[in-house]
Write a protein that binds this ligand. Structure first.
Ligand SMILES: O=P(O)(O)OC[C@H]1O[C@H](O[C@H]2O[C@H](CO)[C@@H](O)[C@H](O)[C@H]2O)[C@H](O)[C@@H](O)[C@@H]1O
Length: 275
């Protein structure tokens, strides 16, 4: 298992190893548990993710996946609902940045009503994207958000930069926010982020230490939440699933691992050490 490069990270790892039954393991999905691919529908958890999680979950207080995806999409693409997910009864998936929730114990999804701004934005989006590179496309997210992807454009970063301003104006006019990610600009309701979701889940589970792993800008509120928990005396280990697309996350992390394969290796090692 890699060694955290910061004193706070080493303290948190020691706390996790000493008292795993009060540890919350919280993980992002895309880019952290699942390798990045061109088509979001094709994203699947790393093949070793499920075995690693089923080995680790019974040894800790709780495991949560906190994702921008609809909860049921993350559940399906991670393979959490199938027979291979034995031992994951303490697993919760917090979708749409924490606005939605799926619990392994019940298999049910709870969600607030859709924000009316999403339908309004959807009707204006085609005109705004008219004339864009044909590789720019819109992901529908169950009527609760829309994501404009530029990964397939001829010049992905230039398309992202050009669209950011107009999409922000559009979102603002309809009471939404823009969540920038890895070559994606998501228009979604305000009021929830991964930091709020993580703090709520720490309170709910009574966790006394936390590990959070993420790779993207949308994970930074969760990183800030862990930093706040540390100030309040709750040790937290910040893990970056490293990529060459986002540098802000590795700069804030205690431990940088090599993408989803590295995250899964860390989870597996943790499970082995706790045995
Ligand atoms: O919070 P996350 O689990 O990281 O989800 C955030 C967004 O991830 C998805 O997009 C990213 O992954 C795609 C599949 O690998 C990739 O094609 C895209 O470029 C990435 O940005 C997802 O499609 C979005 O809806 C999520 O908001």
């Amino acid at each position: 298992m890699g060694t955290p490069t910061t004193p706070a990270g080493r303290e948190a790892l020691d706390a996790i190893l000493a008292d795993p039954s009060h540890t919350l393991i919280a993980l992002d999905f895309d880019g952290t548990l699942a390798p990045i691919v061109e088509n979001p529908e094709d994203a699947r958890a790393h093949p070793d993710a499920l075995p690693a999680l089923t080995a680790l979950a019974p040894k800790v207080a709780a495991v949560a996946v906190i994702t921008g995806r609809p909860a049921e999409v993350a559940v399906r693409n991670a393979g959490f609902a199938g027979a291979g997910a034995k031992g994951l009864d303490h697993l919760t998936v917090l979708g749409h940045y924490g606005a939605e929730r799926w619990d392994a114990r019940t298999g049910a999804v709870t969600a607030p009503p859709p924000h009316p701004g999403i339908a309004a934005v959807r009707t204006e989006l085609s005109a705004l994207l008219d004339g864009q590179d044909p590789g720019v496309w819109v992901e529908e997210k169950g009527g609760r958000a829309v994501a404009v992807h530029t990964r397939r454009a001829t010049a992905p970063q230039a398309a992202f930069d050009a669209l950011r301003g107009p999409l922000t104006d559009l979102a603002t006019r309809h009471g939404l926010i823009v969540e920038p990610g890895r070559l994606v600009l998501e228009l979604r309701p305000p009021g929830m982020d991964k930091g709020v979701a993580l703090l709520d889940h720490v309170r709910e589970t009574g966790a006394r230490s936390v590990l959070y792993a993420g790779d993207d800008l949308g994970d930074l509120p969760a990183f800030a939440a862990v930093e706040k928990l540390r100030e309040d005396g709750v040790p937290g280990l910040l893990v970056c699933s490293g990529s060459n697309e986002v540098t802000e996350v590795s700069a804030r992390a205690d431990l940088v691992v090599d993408g989803p394969a590295g995250v899964v290796g860390l989870l597996r090692e943790l499970a082995a050490q706790l045995a």
